[in-house]
Design a protein around this ligand. Structure first.
Ligand code: NAD
Length: 256
């Protein structure tokens, strides 16, 4: 018996670093998986990589657009009958600049994907879960959703908002046995960190990585596979008494 046998999992940002590795982890544990992302080509490539591990469907969507969200939910239910697990994970980092130099349109774009996208996903997935009387939602926040750090104020703001959405949703759906938690990774080795390193230190991005790694007691970035194991736990029936919680996964950063 695998940990997610027969479950249907929907993953946004599913063609990205953390999303794709989590999809593979879910498939290996017996789930059927639907990947949602912006680029049809990236989705096709992810599907080609994952097909050998189980049932994978892809849906192109912009998570900040309500019609796209309705469509990815409908396609998932049409294909697999329901949604048991929702990894509400798509996100963007925004521009690296001091708060007073951030452009309003850049702030709005980050909020639109990271907050509106998470909100819309909850709005359209939770009714399916409450109706069936079970479900697990994992919202991807960040250590940037629990603490401040310089030069990424839109991102910090958006990831703090994910905590609010997680708590608000968790208390509304608990009586239907639906759980909603958030995860809070420190830097993880994906495209997003390459982009942020280049923003923090345009002349020497590798130096930015070395500097950041010094602030992590375990001395390294997280890998997507580290994050996937936490998401798997929260998705599975091993965490049935956990809801409304914030899970740090940060190599010890918070202990400093
Ligand atoms: P990533 O860039 O590899 O993946 C993010 C994915 O989201 C991409 O495939 C991208 O195309 C997709 N996406 C972006 N905007 C979208 C939209 N409007 N609609 C649909 N899909 C969209 O980065 P990642 O590291 O895998 O990030 C996944 C999540 O983890 C994000 O929410 C990110 O903020 C969070 N996170 C990342 C780190 C890190 O260091 N990498 C740390 C903490 C939290």
């Amino acid at each position: 018996m695998s940990r997610l046998d027969g479950k249907v999992a929907l993953i946004t940002g599913g063609a990205g670093g953390i999303g794709k590795v989590t999809a593979k982890t879910f498939l290996k544990e017996g789930a059927k998986v639907v990947l949602v992302d912006l680029s049809e080509q990236a989705l096709q490539e992810a599907k080609a990589e994952l097909d050998a591990h189980g049932d994978v469907e892809i849906v192109q969507a912009d998570v900040s657009k309500e019609d796209d969200v309705k469509n990815y939910v409908k396609k998932t239910v049409d294909r697999f009958g329901t949604i048991d697990i929702f990894f509400n994970n798509a996100g963007i980092e925004g521009k690296v600049a001091p708060l007073v130099e951030q452009k309003l349109e850049d702030f709005d774009q980050v909020m639109s994907v990271n907050v509106r996208g998470v909100f819309l996903g909850l709005q359209h997935v939770l009714p399916i879960m409450t109706k069936q009387g079970h479900g697990s939602v994992i919202n991807t926040s960040s250590v940037a959703g629990l603490n401040g750090s310089p030069n990424v104020s839109p991102y910090i703001t958006s990831k703090h908002a994910v905590v609010g959405l997680t708590k608000a949703a968790a208390v509304e759906v608990a009586n239907a046995n639906v759980r909603v938690n958030s995860i809070h990774p420190s830097p993880v080795n994906t495209r997003m960190m390459r982009s942020l390193e280049a923003g923090f230190s345009p002349e020497n991005a590798e130096a930015a990585q070395a500097e950041l790694e010094k602030s992590i007691p375990l001395g390294r970035y997280g890998e997507s596979s580290d994050i996937a194991q936490l998401v798997l736990f929260l998705a599975s029936d091993e965490s049935t008494f956990i809801t409304g919680s914030q899970y740090r996964i940060d190599g010890g950063m918070a202990a400093l």
